[in-house]
Design a protein around this ligand. Sequence first.
Ligand SMILES: [Zn+2]
Ligand SMILES: [Zn+2]
Length: 163
Amino acid sequence: MSIDLKQLFEVVGDVYNIDYQLDLSDYELFGSKPFFKPVHVTGKIENKAGVVFLNMDADFSIRVECDRCLDEFERDYSYSFEHILVAELNTDNDEYIVVQNHVLDLDDLVLSDILLNLPSKLLCNEDCKGLCSKCGQNLNKGSCDCNDSLVDPRLAILGELLK
Ligand SMILES: [Zn+2]
Ligand SMILES: [Zn+2]
């Protein structure tokens, strides 16, 4: 979605309300297309005393493979973003979003905000036990017979010392 902000940049107190669904179902990430539902974006753009603020919330769900056990899982996220929009960049502050020709591409901004905030490793569960390195058994679903021989060698030495 593109928003023409020419008037908003000029009129102090002007407000633009955001409430839309962003379809990212074709976007590839982590080797799949995780955005199986549209991203719901709400918020507003407001000219406060000549400074243009963008505040928005992005609510979305992703479906991805766990980095550790490779099981597919879904997770909901709710992120809030705040930016200051400027018509041209005359400082080195890259926190500002430059709006070329007063037209903001909100889809691009929402997507890059989401990508910057998503964790780089996604686990089905903080305590995910992963896969057995020997037989490939998903250890969240049950143990395998290799377990006994998988004792950390350093712990084994400690065990000997404590005897
Ligand atoms: Zn997992
Ligand atoms: Zn095993």
